[in-house]
Each structure stands twice: as C-alpha cells, then as structure tokens.
Design a protein around this ligand. Structure first.
Ligand SMILES: NC(=O)c1ccc[n+]([C@@H]2O[C@H](COP(=O)([O-])OP(=O)(O)OC[C@H]3O[C@@H](n4cnc5c(N)ncnc54)[C@H](O)[C@@H]3O)[C@@H](O)[C@H]2O)c1
Length: 348
C-alpha cells in the first residue's frame, strides 16, 4: 500500500481551511501533518477545527521540527515566491494557490527552484478539476462544437476582498485575485495563448465602502485576441453583493457550450405572487467549486504517489500572471497591450 502523503498547510485562513477540509475529510491519500500561519490565533483556531497539533508560526520552524513530503501554500500572493522557493529547496512538493506570484520573475524563481530539486509545482486552478469544466474541456477536445471561436468567462464575487487583495502592489488587484481563474480557463478552453488584451475598469462601490487604495476598481472587462485568431472576454465584479457567480460560454464553429449556472440548487421555489420566484444561488466560492477543490487536492496527492507530473502546471500559472500584467498595463496606459510586451520585459 502506498503511504499517505504528509502535507503541511501554509496559511490557515479562508482558502487554507478549504484545503484542510478536503485533506481531512475527502482525500485519503494525504494527511494534514502540520499547519503554518504567522497569526497565532488563526493557527490555533484552524488547528482545533481540523485536529492538527503540529502548529508553527513560520515555514522554517516546520522544516526544522517536522518530517513531511509536501506543502500547500494558501498565503497572500506577495508571499508565494519566498515560501515556494524555500519549500522546494527543502525537497518538498509544492501546491501553490493562484495567483502564482506577483511577477514573471517571481514565477521563474519558483519554477527554477522546483526544477533544481525535482519536486512538483501545481497551481490552484481548481476549475480545471470541477466536473463540469473538465467535461467541457474533454468534449471540446473531442470536436463536439468544432474549433472554439469565442470564449466568454465571468467571475463575480460577493464581498470586498481582504485589504492586501485590493492593492495592486500586494496582489495585482482584482484581475489577479478574482480573475486568475478566467485567465487560465479562457486560454485552456481556447487551446491557445493570449496575444493581445484591452482592459477597461470602473469603480462603483469602493468610495462608499471606504476603499481609498490607489487604482482600486470593482468592475473590469477584458477583451482578448488569442494567437490562433480566437477571441475572448473576461468580466470581473467584486463586490457584486448578490452571490458567487462563475460561468463560461464557448462558441465553436459547430455549436455552443455553457458551463455553470447561477442557481446553487436544482430546485425552483415560488411562494407567493408578490415575491415571485425564490431560487437560491451560490453564495460563496467554496460552495460553488466544492468538487473542484477536492479533486485538485486528490490530483496533487495522486501525482506525488505515482510520480506523475501534475496538470495545472507552473507554466499555466505563469501565463495567467502574464495576462494579469498585460491587462493591468492596458487599463493604466489606456491602450491595447500585446502579451509579448510583458513576456519580453521579463526575459531581459
Ligand atoms: N482558488 C480559489 O478559488 C481561491 C479562493 C480564495 C483565495 N485564494 C488564494 O489563496 C491565497 C490566500 O487567500 P485567502 O483569501 O485565504 O487569504 P486570508 O487572508 O484569508 O489567509 C491568508 C493567511 O495567511 C497567513 N499568512 C500571511 N503571510 C504568511 C506567511 N509569510 N507565513 C505564514 N502564514 C502567513 C495569514 O495570517 C492568513 O491567516 C491567495 O493567493 C488567494 O488568491 C484562492
């Protein structure tokens, strides 16, 4: 029998708890061996919730005191590079939440460290593992709707993101924090890299909610031209207030495919004629993508156990970061931006 993969979770906040839940309840091949969080209170709370006694305030302390195989990094974006490089250099496989990092240089440092140590580096693109997204990809590959011509992807999140995620300097803003998944999925489903993007942003709710972070926006619209001539769009809204909404439409030469719906349950309720239809919609991202989070963690563990390179690779993560950087440049400079402008700048 293959022994369980011992995993240390770094960052015991919102996303950390989703992965802790998967590892403890749904992924028998992996064990949650330890927790790292720089906030002692968060560390204690999450440790109690998931019955994990091995708790550390730094990754260094965990590396010194505990024997384990892999890390799951669920800390803010600006910490990903240092933690991933340290873990990889210590010979640990790395699962890193999206956005992979703040810059292409940071992505390259993470990739180089993983390559040097011969460890896997998987990025948290759980939509690729959500059953309906995976099925759509397979059916596009099988030619069911012909060559994709247009991919439209939207993510609308209910509430204001945490302060670090509102600031371009620590997160690259909503294009990264909310729309990383859309950057990845449009490229994945189109089967081509983005070539040129044009982005418009707007700020409707920020001022009334006390957000004075420079360049903050709560609405964003991205137009994409892909290298294969296909077109794409991404829309992001956060806070949208009405729930968590993630949907994709792919139009091919021979048909159309829609992924996702707003309804959280296949039940339609109508109680009286004044109220009309009362149909619950997804409220949160852990709710909307419950199976995606479980299946991506199963995949990470399975890849380590079978020595198979993971899907949702560091190269995919790097492309999403490149899209974010080109998109940010586009709205700041008010012009279409070719991806090669950011790719070549990183190669210098
Ligand atoms: N895949 C998804 O759908 C999804 C959803 C939400 C968040 N995320 C990603 O997960 C990451 C974390 O987001 P979140 O919303 O959970 O943030 P959060 O603020 O809720 O949690 C982050 C935790 O990391 C801890 N931390 C910060 N720096 C640290 C360090 N150097 N070492 C150890 N602990 C540290 C903080 O104390 C905090 O508890 C981000 O990259 C975010 O984009 C992904």
């Amino acid at each position: 029998m293959t022994s369980p993969v011992r995993i240390v979770l770094i960052g015991a906040g919102r996303a950390g708890r989703v992965h802790a839940h998967s590892l403890v309840h749904h992924v028998p091949g992996g064990t949650l061996a330890g927790l790292v969080d720089s906030m002692p209170e968060t560390l204690r709370e999450t440790g109690t919730l998931y019955g994990v006694d091995a708790q550390y305030e730094t990754l260094e302390a965990a590396l010194n005191k505990l024997d384990f195989d892999a890390v799951v990094i669920t800390t803010p974006t600006f910490t990903h590079r240092a933690l991933a490089v340290m873990a990889a250099e210590a010979g640990k496989h790395v699962f890193c939440e999206k956005p992979m990092a703040l810059s292409l240089e940071e992505c390259d440092a993470m990739i180089a460290a993983a390559d040097r140590s011969g460890v896997f580096l998987q990025i948290g693109f759980m939509r690729r593992f959500a059953p309906e997204f995976a099925a759509a990809f397979d059916r596009i590959q099988a030619g069911e709707i012909g060559q994709p011509m247009l991919v439209k992807s939207l993510t609308h999140g209910p509430g204001l993101p945490p302060p670090w995620a509102r600031d371009l300097k620590t997160s690259n803003g909503m294009l990264a924090e909310v729309n990383s998944h859309d950057w990845d999925c449009t490229r994945w489903l189109m089967g081509s890299n983005p070539q040129r993007v044009y982005v418009e942003t707007a700020n409707f709710k920020g001022p009334a909610r006390g957000v004075d972070t420079p360049n903050f926006y709560d609405n964003v619209l991205v137009n994409i031209r892909f290298e294969n001539g296909g077109l794409g769009s991404i829309s992001g809204i956060c806070p949208c207030d009405y729930g968590y909404d993630a949907r994709v439409e792919i139009v091919g030469e021979r048909g159309i495919m829609q992924i996702g719906e707003m309804q959280g349950q296949p039940l339609v309720v109508c109680t009286n004629r004044d109220q009309g239809l009362v149909t619950p919609i997804y409220r949160t991202w852990p709710d909307r993508f419950a199976w995606g989070y479980i299946r991506e963690m199963e995949h990470f563990v399975h890849c380590i156990q079978t020595d198979t390179p993971p899907q949702a690779t560091a190269a995919d993560g790097r492309w999403a970061v490149a899209g974010v950087l080109a998109g940010t440049k586009s709205f700041l400079e008010e012009r279409p931006v070719y991806l090669r402008e950011v790719l070549e700048a990183a190669a210098v």
